[in-house]
Design a protein around this ligand. Sequence first.
Ligand code: TTP
Ligand code: MG
Length: 364
Amino acid sequence: MPDMRHIIHADLDAFYAAVEQLDNPELRGLPVMVGGSPQSRGVVATASYEARVFGVHSAMPMATAVRQCPRGIVVRPRFDRYREMSRMVMDIFHHLTDLVEPLSLDEAYLDITDQVGTGKLPLGIAIDLKRRVNEETGLNVSIGVGTCKSVAKIASDLEKPDGLVVVAPGDERDFLAPLPVGKLWGIGPKTAEVLHGDGVETIGDLATQPDEWYARRFGKRAQGIKAKALGQDDDPVKTERNPKSISAETTFAEDLSNPEELRGVLGKLSGNVSSHLSRKDVKGKTVTVKLRLADFTTLTRQTTLASHTNSEEAIMETAWKLLTREMTEGRAFRLLGVGMSGFGDDLDGPQQLVLPLFESLSID
Ligand code: TTP
Ligand code: MG
């Protein structure tokens, strides 16, 4: 198997809460709930594992969390500090390999094929990485290792916190088979429900469906989903070298509807994107805004400019126009993102970079 790859997925444990416990030793061992205030309809960004025992989880209203875990300590988020810690962790990842794809502030894929090629064992590499992250930052990272991204990602989640799961080459299919189908990247709760209706409960059930069924259920996505179900996807680890789009996004501790505040955030995000464009010496033509509403609906709106630019003002004003169209009466936003794409034909490859500068939670 000459083209076998080895991929790590690394995800910090209870990231925001862990940083708070690190910086405030009196919070260690206690249920910590980072997020908005329970009085103002704030939500939980994350909770320490001590609080999760009480059923507290991300995106839960803080008022509910406080009810379920009355001894929980509510802490307001300090995003600058999380970004700083994220950068330290990403630097450690980069020490191991150039092939790092950050997915959010606390999560990344690493392609360690070359390192394994020099005779190191994936398990040893993973243990070293966990130790380095812990020694240099005080944080715990859970790691999954496999021969493709979908397996590595699922593996990192399996033994959280402080997890380490290595799926040996050849074991992918057996590893995935018993797991619920909703664990697969690309199968959201709604799709999972439809699949359950077809009697498909586990990834193993999914893997054994005939091709006609795949085509009917997934259309163009069929081949990709099937490859993931078999643990054979060949999605590359996308580095920051040739991005197709550059974006920054942020999630609010409390939903935002005030136009001035929204404009302020948009300004910061646009400034971020603009300075990264300049640093990479690229200009884009298409401005995108990403919005998540209070009910978690996610919208993207984009517009293409007459010429390429990296100007903060141009990005900002375009994004603002797109945003104001969506600012209808009573609508509040929980996430705001600004992106730039359309860099020209010289940059190819299906690359996408979401700056981990703002707490971008996902790549869509
Ligand atoms: P996650 O990695 O999903 O969660 P986590 O690191 O807190 O916990 P674990 O990985 O051990 O399960 O997200 C990383 C950070 O992103 C999290 O600490 C806070 C933030 N976040 C939100 O603000 N809102 C959310 O809904 C989620 C899921 C995460
Ligand atoms: Mg995490």
